[in-house]
Design a protein around this ligand. Structure first.
Ligand SMILES: Cc1ncc(Cn2nnc(CCOP(=O)(O)OP(=O)(O)O)c2C)c(N)n1
Ligand SMILES: [Mg+2]
Length: 560
């Protein structure tokens, strides 16, 4: 009894939890697409192009935990590489599957279409190795089971993308049947002796400091350590802040929550309490020029314990092969309560300003826009914040219990949010998705709104039209930040054609915005795009300040 390479791959994708795979067909992957589509528990989702396809898979992995994107050789894969770069930087297990030339062609020394016109067809595989944790080429059917299992196992264990190249004449070839999926899912546990040593060292250091705090980072999610982090927070009883890319990973209605720590553009005075603290346990944190506001907010190493996905770093010790959740849980069982930082935080916590509704007929402002968006966020909302001033508007939103926040701050590809929220929604149709995206970003990946119409997704898109690349303006302005304006709301008519239910509104006042939001709420058969026209310089003061420090960091002279 045997199976085929294509069916083997389909079985494995389904067994790891994938129900929808994102595709753009091409002659090198058609036979494979047939095999995937034939699987009773797999349903393909078509995308408009491979860039959006890879971002849709990246978004699906955010809601489902793992994703697959299937493209054709070179012309497809090269665009998909961008979303794979995002998955790598954002720690998301996305399986990139690329159709490739017939295995006889390299032997016959043929030149082929969809290649760079040489006899070497391995360049894509070589490139994929650089941006994935595992890359395999299936050149012989008998190797398919081991190669597919290896690539998927690495992808899931490391929470990084992998690459599986399937020649066009391989999908229908016979190969051995798959064994239990446990052989792919198995991951070695934390090394017990090292775990105990690290927890004892942490407990001792925490006990030696007066006012410890906790900082949540984005890797908490990929490590599945959010609950363990909450347990440690409640065992220690200290103030808890989150990095911007970790917003919503700790409940914002929790009495210990102290805001988003982002240097001098932090929310709720998170920067004050962390700078007051003499030790911060940083769990799953990623400190970059953007997340530290141009390196202005990184605490001294002597004040940090850095708990990463599989290791713990102290100022003077390193402990490897420890899973993040195991360490947090074991430490939660050891630490004594020390609530000094949360007591101090009660003194520092700013009273939220009461933002009054603007004059309904006045020209809409960013502040009025943010006030009204805040008003629709509920426990079922997943808020997507695109690169741009949307980052700062999004980070400042208060999230009720259950609300989630998605941002792509590591890779930062403008336009990510449109295909990503589309893919996320395929994986989590019960979530109410609200996306904040600027006009410049929207122009990059707008086509996937048409796919939202096709799948009747009631996604609400706030398109902030400030007539250009405002985030870039605040970092470093020039003529290149001016873009051609579109009639964005009118796009929905074009995308609907004769069978769609997408709605588009252009709003210039607070009254028009609240009316458009009402109509969006009743549009359950498709997406609603609300284009909000605001002044080019009407941005958050946080963007201006952050942009200033990032520009300074970019401008550092070369070290001679
Ligand atoms: C693929 C890609 N290309 C260029 C950039 C650089 N960049 N980052 N932000 C921007 C402008 C974003 O403009 P918008 O979306 O209009 O956002 P706002 O800041 O709200 O105006 C650029 C051009 C980028 N981040 N990603
Ligand atoms: Mg803009």
């Amino acid at each position: 009894m045997t199976t085929t390479v294509g069916s083997y791959l389909a079985t494995r994708l389904s067994e790891v939890g994938i129900e929808n795979h994102f595709v753009v067909p091409g002659d090198y992957n058609l036979a494979l697409l047939d095999k995937l589509q034939a699987h009773p528990k797999l349903e393909e989702v078509n995308c408009s192009n491979e860039l959006n396809c890879s971002f849709a898979a990246e978004g699906y992995a955010r809601s489902k935990g793992v994703a697959a994107v299937v493209v054709t050789f070179s012309v497809g894969a090269f665009s998909a590489f961008n979303g794979i770069g995002s998955a790598y930087g954002e720690n998301l297990p996305v399986i990139l599957i690329a159709g490739s030339p017939n295995t006889n062609d390299s032997i016959d020394h043929n030149l082929l279409h969809h290649t760079i016109g040489t006899h070497n067809f391995d360049y894509e595989f070589e490139m994929a190795k650089k941006i994935t944790c595992a890359a395999v080429q299936i050149k012989h059917a008998k190797d398919a089971p081991s190669l597919i299992d290896f690539a998927i196992r690495e992808c899931l264990a490391k929470k990084k993308p992998c690459y599986i190249e399937v020649p066009t004449n391989m999908s229908t070839q016979s190969c051995a049947l798959p064994g239990p999926i446990e052989g792919v899912l198995y991951q070695s546990p934390s090394e017990p002796k090292t775990l105990t040593a690290a927890v004892d060292a942490a407990n001792k250091l925490i006990g030696s400091r007066l006012k410890p705090t906790l900082l949540a980072g984005p890797k908490l999610k990929s490590a599945g350590a959010e609950k363990a982090f909450l347990r440690l927070a409640e065992a220690l009883g200290c103030a808890v802040a989150v990095l911007p890319a970790a917003k919503s990973l700790f409940p914002e209605d929790h009495p210990q929550y102290a805001g988003v720590y982002w240097g001098n553009v932090s929310t709720k005075k998170a920067d004050a309490i962390l700078q007051w603290s003499d030790l911060t346990i940083c769990a799953g944190c990623v400190f970059t020029d953007y997340s530290t506001t141009g390196w202005t907010s990184l605490q001294p190493a002597t004040h940090r314990i850095e708990v990463d996905s599989d290791n713990v770093k102290f100022p003077d010790h390193y402990y490897g092969h420890i899973k993040l959740a195991d360490f947090l849980d074991a430490l939660a069982k050891k630490v004594s309560k020390n609530d000094k930082s949360v007591v101090e935080y009660q003194r520092l916590r700013p009273v939220p300003p009461a933002i009054k509704a603007a004059e309904p007929s006045a020209a809409i402002t960013r502040q009025e826009m943010a006030r009204q968006i805040q008003g629709i966020i509920n426990s079922k909302t997943t808020l997507f914040a695109e690169t741009g001033d949307s980052w700062f508007n999004g980070v400042q939103m208060d999230l009720p219990k259950g609300a989630k926040f998605e941002v792509e701050m590591q890779w930062g590809h403008i336009g990510w949010s449109v295909p990503a929220c589309f893919g996320y929604s395929v994986g989590a149709p019960d979530r109410e998705i609200v996306t904040m995206v600027g006009d410049g970003s929207f122009q990059m990946t707008v086509q996937e709104v048409a796919q939202m119409i096709r799948l009747k997704q009631p996604i609400l898109i706030f398109l902030i039209n400030n007539y250009g690349y405002t985030i870039e303006v605040e970092i470093h302005d020039g003529p290149y930040n001016n873009i051609k304006n579109w009639n964005y709301a009118a796009l929905m008519e074009a995308f609907n054609a004769n069978d769609g239910h997408g709605k588009g509104f252009q709003v210039k006042t607070g009254a028009e915005l609240s009316e458009a939001i009402k109509k969006a709420k009743s549009n359950t058969r498709g997406p609603t795009l609300i284009e909000i026209q605001i002044n080019r310089d009407d941005c958050t003061n946080e963007l201006i300040s952050w942009g200033h420090y990032v520009a300074l960091a970019n401008a550092r002279p070369p070290i001679t």
